[in-house]
Unconditional design. Structure first.
Length: 336
């Protein structure tokens, strides 16, 4: 099978993903074999390729927003059928026994394994996945539309929930990439005013087109204090700017798997019962709820497609914010 594999981290300008021809994997007990149709390109993939996140071993095939068709069932798999279309997300396995898992916080499981990090992901024609951690996909979602939902959508939804966002409140989004352009649609569906902070004029225009109440640069002062905010930027210097925009009692969630260091914070940015929290991975419940919501709204992912062999180019466009929405790799046959 064809795959884009990372042998060692390097700046994405050096094209670190190499095309390889490797054997089709065989599903172990409890796993399924998927024929990959599409895979979203996530900033986490960029962090992995550039060495900001180090997988347990190399080489590794990245990709954790995978849409595919079940082609083989491993021993003991129930509830899935050959030919069924499913999605694979970042959380690929959790122990189910630790205190976190028993509390419904499997995203915090210390033994958790992640797709495209601990195991080969969707930048390939075929892959295996734990059958318990895949999502049957609604027929209303095309492959191209479903792929971005499997990380950008799920983690954005969890971020909104972590802020405690209520219908009709004022929400700030700092950064406006793949996840934020879906989160704004959810917030607007809930009747919220959305204030978007981004340096990119293209991203500002994108936010306006999706119903943002106001747009400005990250250091701009919004016309009204925010009730809740999410920072999607992997930049610690955004945090004091976002906290300064919150009302007393407001909540800021940092939605980044990797970030530059946070600067020293004056106490008055937290005083007034403001809350600063992080968003760490997502649970299967988050995924199931997001997919249901995606059909109800309906969510629309703005995508730019690339053939599998151009995965490095897709990562470059992501790095330099040349995308509105998300890059999606077309794998195998052409998508509708």
């Amino acid at each position: 099978m064809q795959a884009m594999q990372l042998f060692e981290p390097a700046p994405v300008e050096d094209l670190p993903l190499q095309p390889v021809d490797i054997a089709v994997p065989h599903p172990a007990s409890g796993q399924i074999l998927l024929r990959v149709q599409a895979c979203g390109v996530c900033r986490t993939d960029l962090h992995i390729c550039e060495g900001e996140l180090i997988p347990p071993q190399y080489p590794i095939v990245p990709g954790h927003q995978v849409v595919g068709v079940v082609e083989m069932l491993g021993e003991g798999v129930e509830g899935l059928d050959i030919g069924q279309r499913v999605g694979v997300a970042w959380l690929g396995w959790a122990c189910g026994k630790c205190d976190f898992c028993r509390r419904g916080e499997e995203n915090l499981c210390p033994q958790a394994r992640f797709t495209g990090f601990h195991s080969h992901g969707g930048y390939a024609d075929w892959m295996t996945a734990d059958a318990r951690f895949v999502f049957p996909l609604p027929p209303e979602l095309s492959e191209r539309q479903a792929a971005p939902l499997l990380c950008a959508g799920i983690i954005g939804y969890r971020a909104l929930r972590k802020t405690g966002l209520q219908a009709g409140e004022r929400l700030g989004l700092f950064g406006f990439g793949a996840s934020a352009h879906l989160a704004i649609q959810i917030a607007r569906y809930w009747g919220c005013e959305v204030y978007v902070f981004t340096r990119s004029r293209n991203h500002q225009q994108h936010a306006e087109a999706l119903g943002a109440t106001w747009v400005g640069k990250p250091d701009a002062i919004p016309p009204r204090p925010l009730d809740r905010a999410v920072s999607f930027a992997p930049a610690g210097e955004i945090v004091p700017l976002a906290l300064a925009a919150l009302r007393p009692g407001g909540v800021l969630a940092i939605n980044a798997v990797h970030s530059s260091p946070l600067p020293s914070l004056p106490y008055d940015l937290i005083y007034g019962e403001r809350v600063l929290t992080s968003v760490t991975n997502a649970t299967r419940r988050d995924g199931a709820e997001l997919l249901d919501l995606a059909v109800k709204i309906p969510l629309h992912a703005d995508t730019v497609t690339y053939p599998l062999e151009e995965a490095n180019e897709a990562l470059l466009d992501l790095k330099y914010s040349r995308l509105n929405g998300e890059a999606v790799l077309e794998v195998g046959s052409l998508l509708p």
